[in-house]
Write a protein of this length. Structure first.
Lengths: 223, 210
């Protein structure tokens, strides 16, 4: 999948090492933290500043943003799609879409800032995918249930993983709407009001889905 | 009860908003007061809070058990390349637009120059035509000269002189010499036919006399 992206994106040049150096802290701080400001205290570059730099073609700013949200975004897509390959594909599509619509991003008008915007795009990508491949998804789900029941992962260690496997399966078998609300809340940290607005449902509906999802997961963990 | 709490349909929704820390301070204090006085709500809160914590912990454990398929650095490199290509693409798209705009400006400039030249030329031709009109030239002046001039038939030489002028400025092929469609040769023919008819008239008169 990475190869696919590499061939799609290609290398355009690497003229931004200086910019990268500015973005990465000199003393081993997290990427995304700039050099000292004021009395030597590192100041974290805001998402909005990075977006602004990205608009001017600074690839290092994009890399920093990606590092910042890589784990939460990828895990979110993994949980929502229940497929590593698809999650990777949608991850790339999400960033391509971010660039495509970068000039439309308005930090003031976007509740939750860049992160919420990023997850909104990712959610739309996932929904678009399911809409366009509804039938395939159903077939895939059916196949997956069969293979999961009949052929457990031989490479997985047996001790200490049983509950994790149950949990994973419980998450996967949550109704899509419940899973989406739970994962958005967990990975994006968005407020329920914003999640409801993003999913186009009333706040009470989003809260109801969350309520059912957490009760179900708890029962699995206790069971 | 405040507006936001009013909007929430049930206690579960209120408690979830409270647990998530999404209630404003006023509403938060209100819920805390309710919890302090309502044992049933307190029990519901405990159950929901433990389910919330268990779910988040469960997701965390699932995440910890799985390696990331796409490493952070690999993903960052991909996005870096995307940004570079996106920026290069934008630059390529902008340049032709600028060139087209410049070309459009030059074309407009040439068009305006051509239009101005055409207006000047037409003005010159009108002026020349007025000056060449014998009646207008003599208006308010020499009546005799006017009469002589107007009495003089249009000859091929007049149109020849117009043609010579147009030749000189390179417009002979474009501008008609005579708006009525007579050519210099045509006028010469008319003159010849008229003199021939006059000769015939003279001849017949002498025959009658004889």
């Amino acid at each position: 999948m990475a190869d696919t992206l590499e061939s799609r994106v290609g290398a355009v040049g690497n003229a931004e090492d200086a910019a990268r150096l500015r973005l990465v802290a000199a003393s081993g701080a997290e990427p995304g933290v700039s050099g000292p400001s004021g009395g030597g205290v590192p100041r974290e570059v805001t998402d909005e500043e990075l977006v602004q730099r990205m608009r001017h073609g600074e690839s290092a700013a994009g890399e920093t943003l990606c590092r910042r949200y890589h784990q939460s975004l990828f895990r979110y897509l993994q949980r929502v799609t229940r497929s590593d390959g698809l999650a990777e594909e949608l991850f790339q599509q999400t960033w391509l879409s971010v660039l495509e619509h970068l000039n439309r991003f308005d930090p003031a008008g976007s509740a939750g800032g860049f992160k919420a915007w990023l997850f909104r795009i990712a959610t739309n990508k996932a929904n678009d995918h399911w809409r366009s491949r509804g039938r395939q998804k159903n077939a895939y789900d059916g196949l997956r249930r069969i293979t999961d029941d009949t052929a457990p992962d031989a490479s997985a260690p047996l001790e200490g993983t049983e509950q994790v496997e149950k949990l994973k399966r419980a998450i996967e078998t949550l109704p899509e709407a419940q899973r989406q609300v739970l994962m958005l809340r967990y990975y994006s940290g968005m407020k329920f009001v914003d999640i409801a607005a993003m999913l186009g449902c009333p706040l009470n509906t989003a809260l109801g889905r969350m309520h059912k999802a957490v009760l179900k997961l708890k029962s699995v963990m206790e069971g | 009860m405040s507006d936001l709490l009013h909007q929430l349909e049930n206690n579960e929704a209120i408690l979830l908003m409270y647990i998530a820390g999404e209630l404003p301070d006023v509403e938060r204090r209100e819920v805390e007061q309710m919890l302090a006085t309502d044992a049933t709500l307190r029990s519901m809160y405990s159950e929901l809070k433990s389910a919330w914590d268990a779910s988040l912990e469960g997701i965390e454990r699932v995440d910890a058990s799985e390696a990331m398929v796409l490493s952070r650095e690999a993903a960052a490199r991909q996005v870096g390349r995307m940004v570079r290509q996106w920026h290069a693409g934008r630059m390529v798209a902008v340049k032709p637009a600028e060139v087209a705009r410049k070309r459009g400006g030059v074309r407009m400039y040439i068009g305006m120059l051509s239009a101005t030249a055409a207006v000047v030329l037409v003005g010159f031709l009108v002026w020349w035509g007025v000056m060449a009109d014998p009646v207008r030239v003599t208006m308010g002046g020499n009546e005799m000269a006017a009469r002589e001039s107007s009495a003089r038939p249009i000859s091929g030489r007049d149109t020849e002189s117009v043609r010579d002028t147009l030749d000189a400025i390179g417009l002979a092929a474009i501008v008609p010499v005579d708006p009525m469609g007579f050519s210099a040769d045509g006028l010469d023919d008319v003159e010849k036919q008229a003199s021939h008819l006059a000769d015939l008239g003279k001849g017949s008169a002498s025959t009658t006399d004889n």
